[in-house]
Design a protein around this ligand. Structure first.
Ligand code: ADP
Ligand code: ASP
Ligand code: MG
Length: 426
């Protein structure tokens, strides 16, 4: 008998009919002889709706009260799933974040899980009760409701899996696994049998929203076995125990799959895009020690993450332009902070552009293979796509381009790296 944590995302929980389908999947998993806990998201669109209410009520909303509002979506679906499971004759109950409890740090709206007291939960699961846990929510040291950031139910599921020592954490969503790129953009995207933690972490952090970045980091740290698979399945679908989805694996496991010919060796594993960044250019910044520190210190102080940075070679008169990107949601705040410091930083103009996209290619194969970046630059150039900035890491190359060219760039690169699935007819 194994312990399994199952997580169902917003589309899977959107309405009572879908919840009934989820309940069927959960019941089958338990009937296969396992103890199960289920982590659920709010119904699709519900969290956006609740966030909008907060904005309408008070544009400068208090994050602690925002958490009270947005955490409610998951409370509804956890209760509904427990009710539906009971209607199928299963023993089931909901466990809210404060009841377990799932303790988090104080940072409202972007809390991190500090500790989960899972003793009672394990006892209930092993006694045959299905534990239904609302994702996304926890409780702070001060006893107030917290949430884990958008997409945080993935992290709730991995954290619960680690706490109960689960044999597997299955993330059920609206696609049947992790693909070489977003299958909604590239019809020829290919499903991956497995992807390493390191690659998935990088893919998630550059925009592949199928898993929240933090959930992958936590799974890697805690050694949680994660599978991504579809909840849109029939009763006779391959059971989750046979691993029909995509497994997130260690590098050693990946090596074995490659040796056995179960996976093909590729230099690039996946391509992701992110339209949620904005570009800021400061012109005629003094080209002297300390100038860049003056720009980025106030942003860091306001918890604004800066991603790509370019400082041009100094021009005449000891001046230079500095270009960088920040999350779109922080653009207005960043701009205001910099304007306030115009004299101490000493720039001439501030130019912003929110119509940019970041396209990234990711793969551990890059570590040992040169030429991945040049393939990218050539493929984009051949389609007339202009590159505005470039960053690289050991297993990733990212470029900034015009937002309107996002879909084209992703398709062109997918083909350039030989990732397209063969034609059906062939
Ligand atoms: P959930 O509501 O279940 O949490 P999400 O919308 O957060 O689901 O994540 C699933 C979506 O992620 C898919 O519908 C797909 O469009 C998108 N996605 C982006 N990149 C990928 C990828 N490489 N593989 C699979 N899905 C991806
Ligand atoms: N409901 C939350 C969100 O939409 C958390 C999640 O679904 O993972 O961000
Ligand atoms: Mg999600």
């Amino acid at each position: 008998m194994a312990r399994i944590v199952m997580k169902f995302g917003g589309t899977s929980m959107a309405g009572t009919e879908r919840i009934r389908r989820v309940a069927g999947i959960v019941r089958r998993q338990q009937a296969a002889g396992h103890s199960v806990a289920v982590v659920v998201s709010a119904m699709a669109g519900e969290t956006d709706r609740l966030v909008n209410f907060c904005r309408e009520a008070n544009p400068l909303f208090d994050p602690a009260e925002y958490d009270v509002v947005v955490a409610s979506g998951e409370q509804v679906t956890s209760g509904l799933l427990a009710l539906t499971l009971q209607s199928l004759g299963c023993k089931a109950r909901s466990w809210l974040g404060w009841q377990m409890p799932i303790s988090t740090i104080e940072a409202h709206a972007k809390a991190r899980v500090a500790n989960i007291d899972a003793a009672e939960l394990i006892a209930a699961m092993d006694a045959g009760e299905i534990a239904v846990i609302p994702g996304f929510q926890g409780v702070s040291g001060a006893g107030r409701i917290t949430t884990l950031g958008r997409g945080g139910s993935d992290t709730s599921a991995v954290a619960v899996a680690a706490a109960v020592g689960a044999d597997r954490c299955d993330i059920y969503t609206d696609v049947d696994g992790v693909y070489t790129t977003d299958p909604r953009i590239v019809a020829k995207a290919r499903k991956l049998k497995a992807v390493t933690y390191e690659e998935m972490l990088e893919l998630a952090s550059v925009g592949a929203k199928v898993l929240q970045t933090r959930s992958v980091g936590l799974a890697m740290k805690e050694g949680v076995r994660v599978q991504v698979l579809s909840s849109f399945i029939d009763d006779d679908a391959t059971p989750a125990d046979d691993l029909p989805g995509t497994m997130i694996v260690s590098e050693a496991e990946m090596e074995k799959l490659l040796e056995n010919g179960e996976m093909e060796r590729q230099h690039v594993t996946g391509i992701a895009h992110d339209k949620n960044e904005a570009k800021i250019i400061l012109t005629r910044v003094p080209d002297k020690p300390g100038a860049v520190a003056h720009i980025f210190e106030p942003l860091a102080g306001a918890s604004i993450n800066v991603d790509m940075i370019i400082q041009n070679v100094g021009r005449d008169k000891g001046e230079t332009d500095v270009t960088f990107t920040v999350p779109l949601t922080d653009l207005a705040r960043a701009q205001a902070l910099l304007e306030d410091r115009r004299d101490s930083i000493g720039f001439n103009r501030i130019i912003t552009d929110s119509k940019i996209a970041k396209i990234s290619v990711v793969g551990v194969g890059m570590k040992s293979h040169a030429g991945v970046a040049s393939t990218m630059f050539r493929a984009l150039a051949d389609r007339g796509i202009n590159i505005q900035a470039i960053t690289t890491s050991e297993i990733k190359v990212s470029v900034m381009i015009d937002e309107d060219e996002t879909e084209l760039a992703v398709r062109v690169l997918h083909t350039a790296y030989g990732l397209d699935a063969p034609d059906e007819a062939a």
